[in-house]
Design a protein around this ligand. Structure first.
Ligand code: PMP
Ligand code: GLU
Length: 405
């Protein structure tokens, strides 16, 4: 078969693939615990459902403006005012099929061939592939000291004449690390001085623990939005547990959002109308579900941390937000792919290998599932790795006896 060089160079999203792997095993009756997922298990807010079904009930589900319906743009404007203390206009907003599409059209709109995009490692699995899809070159930056926090110097040292943008995802998928106010302030300042795009992927910025708040990039920006290369990406997927609706957005200068809208109009047209109305419902409706989710996640995180700390040799950094934990299992196996396969084969626990996030020796474990998933999943992992744990383990009614260590 003759495929393009581009198609041959792009890997499938490993996080989405693992959802399929878990579902297939479950269909076969396997007692799988999915700690690899990237979506909260709570229900979408009722206001989202009401708005969406109201449109469906009319039977008139049509194309929308390619950059989003005015009602959704208005909701995003209000959201930006409330949570970023920033006044923007409808021309500064582009609504897309998920934050993923907003990022993709953004990269298409700013990158010329071979231009580079810098992002800290560990990074979300899709950044390198998206940059490549848009003809650019991904440049991950790993902290010399082995932490999840590259210094400003490490990031800025990676900047060269081909650098077009820096992406910051804070709190971070997969580590849960949140960059400090000082760090964000210095990067905003640096990008303004160098005239480099700064893309803030804020998709997890409401899911932050211990009473902290994610730093707001606009607090440090001096350039007015219309001249600024600062872009904020967000969406309803994570904070409202609405991953399947596929609604995200970008806030940027109007020349850029117009270019992104043009690209989107040729690529997919506007996002699905029922989903846009659902997002309006979520953004304008009762907001208690966001705090309820945040509190549940914080509790889940604490339990997961406790269980991980009980496994000898596992090093774990406390996530400050998101619903991921990214422990270091290299004391057991350095190759994270092999370790993830081992855990899946032996104890039917799905995890995502650190390699996919540019960080070997680690596994990404999600705590967005049920408490039972977390406690049972971690019990199974401990049993599989720690030779001092009990000799037997039950997976449902199947008895396992340790015979491989
Ligand atoms: N950014 C990050 C860091 C993510 O983890 C995700 C998860 N899918 C996205 C963007 C995209 O989210 P969505 O397309 O569902 O809005
Ligand atoms: N962002 C989530 C994750 O990292 C969802 C899957 C995806 O879009 O890759 O698992």
């Amino acid at each position: 078969m003759s495929l393009s060089q581009l198609a041959k160079s792009i890997n499938e999203s490993p996080t989405l693939k693992l959802n399929e792997t878990a579902a297939l095993l479950r269909e076969k009756g396997e007692p799988v615990i999915h700690l690899g997922g990237g979506e909260p298990k709570s229900k979408a807010p009722i206001d989202a459902i009401i708005n969406c079904t109201s449109l469906l009930n009319t039977g008139e589900v049509r194309y929308t403006p390619p950059d989003g319906i005015p009602a959704l743009k208005k909701s995003v404007i209000r959201y930006t005012e409330e949570h970023y203390h920033k006044v923007v206009t409808a021309d500064n907003v582009l609504c897309s099929g998920g934050a993923k599409q907003a990022l993709m059209v953004l990269l298409h709109a700013i990158l010329d061939p071979k231009e580079e995009v810098i992002f800290p490692a560990p990074y979300w699995v899709s950044y390198p592939e998206m940059v490549k899809l848009a003809g650019g070159v991904p440049v991950p930056v790993t902290a010399e000291d082995g932490t999840f926090y590259p210094s400003v110097k490490e990031i800025t040292d990676a900047v060269g004449s081909y650098t077009k943008a820096i992406i910051l995802n804070s709190p971070n998928n997969p580590s849960g690390a949140m960059y400090s106010r000082d760090f964000v302030a210095e990067i905003v300042d640096f990008c303004e001085k160098k005239s480099i795009y700064l893309i803030m992927d804020d998709i997890y910025n409401r899911l932050v623990f211990e009473g902290k708040n994610a730093p707001i990039c606009y607090d440090f920006a001096r350039t007015p939005l219309e001249q600024s290369k600062l872009v904020v990406i967000n969406g309803v997927s994570k904070m409202y547990a609405m991953t399947g609706f596929r609604i995200g957005w970008a806030v940027a200068n109007s020349e850029l959002t117009e270019a992104m809208g043009n690209i989107q109009s040729q690529q997919t047209s506007g996002p699905a109308a029922p989903s846009q109305w659902a997002a309006v419902g979520a953004l304008n409706g009762v907001q208690s579900s966001v705090e309820a989710l945040r509190m549940t996640l914080e509790n889940n995180r604490n339990v997961m941390l406790e269980r991980l700390e009980a496994i000898p040799g596992v090093k774990v950094t406390k996530p400050e937000g998101t619903f991921y934990c990214f422990p270091d299992f290299s004391a057991y196996m350095k190759d994270s792919q092999k370790l993830a396969n081992f855990l899946l084969q032996k104890v039917r626990v799905v995890s995502v290998p650190g390699k996919e996030f540019g960080f070997e020796g680690h596994l990404r474990l999600s705590y967005c599932g049920t408490m039972k998933d977390i406690t049972e999943g971690l019990e199974r992992i401990q049993w599989a790795l720690d030779p001092n744990s009990a000799n037997e383990l039950y997976l449902g009614d199947r008895k396992l006896v340790r015979d491989w260590l």
